[in-house]
Design a binder for this molecule. Structure first.
Ligand code: ZN
Length: 278
């Protein structure tokens, strides 16, 4: 009897859990907050598997950027909800370090793989692509400086920040890409906050920012197979980036880092050319 009761309670618990998960995912369906945690979780899992050790701190299912202690997730989350460290880095005054100012700032859109703009001028497609690529380069080099100073907390934080930019580039709300058959080649990069002619536009709380397929069997559990096609590509790109960074570190000592920056740039260029921004 006790056993049956236990089974019933267990089933009830699973069901309640499923509902709660589904609701919380719907609530964060803008993806910019909820989606990144799971994309990073899959990316870390795949990268650690490829590397053969737990080099990147594993992310638990349900871990949330809002209250996580995982530095990868904190760096990723702060890219949407800024902290003082990021504001200082991007030369924002403390008074301007608010959610609204950060997300609407026309000069900080590249962080989300969107086009920067100034008043009536918007970056051209090529300018935007180039600016986002160099942001990834600069921020990766910055992250690695912390690694070679034995500051792992900050290293993971800044790697998490770069992951945010890479992952956002797969959101159909941020960019328009060709199909999987055409390797998701980028066709357009959108703006947010201000519309421009002939440039795609990211709606406030765009529905296409949602990373999960809504279908039977995918209402809970947060399984890889339940990710949308773009989200799968984003998780794979996350894993590829993390593996690349590990490979660089593994073949470069602290003494070599300064003069191996060129090698890092070339490795990243190749990565950005083949998978992410082209
Ligand atoms: Zn973002």
């Amino acid at each position: 009897m006790k056993k049956i009761l236990f089974v019933i309670i267990a089933i009830l618990a699973i069901d309640l859990n499923a509902q709660e998960n589904f609701q919380s995912e719907q609530k964060w369906s803008n993806g910019i907050i909820r989606g990144h945690e799971d994309l990073t979780r899959f990316g870390v899992e795949m990268a650690n598997l490829a590397i053969g050790i737990e080099f990147y701190p594993t992310i638990a299912i349900g871990d949330h950027g809002f209250n996580t202690i995982n530095p990868l997730l904190r760096g990723n989350y702060s890219s949407d909800v800024p902290n003082l460290v990021l504001c200082r880095y991007y030369q924002l005054e403390q008074a301007a370090c608010t959610l609204q100012y950060w997300q609407q700032n026309s000069h900080l859109q590249n962080i989300h793989s969107l086009r920067n703009y100034a008043n009536k001028q918007v970056e051209t497609f090529d300018e935007s692509l180039q600016a986002i690529r160099s942001l990834v380069q600069t921020n990766t080099a910055y992250a690695l400086e912390f690694f070679y100073q034995n500051d792992l907390e900050n290293f993971y934080f800044w790697i998490g920040h770069v992951l945010h930019t890479l992952q956002d580039s797969y959101s159909p709300a941020h960019t328009q890409r060709e199909s999987q058959a055409n390797n998701y080649r980028i066709k357009d990069i959108c703006t947010y906050g201000k519309k421009f002619p002939n440039v795609c536009y990211h709606q406030f709380l765009g529905k296409s920012d949602y990373i999960w397929m809504i279908k039977w069997g995918c209402l809970s559990g947060r399984k890889f197979d339940c990710l949308s096609e773009e989200a799968k590509a984003a998780a794979n790109a996350t894993a590829a980036y993390l593996t690349l960074i590990y490979n660089f570190i593994n073949s470069t000592s602290a003494l070599e880092f300064e003069w191996q920056q060129k090698k890092l740039r070339q490795m990243l260029e190749k990565y950005l050319n083949t998978t992410i921004y082209r």
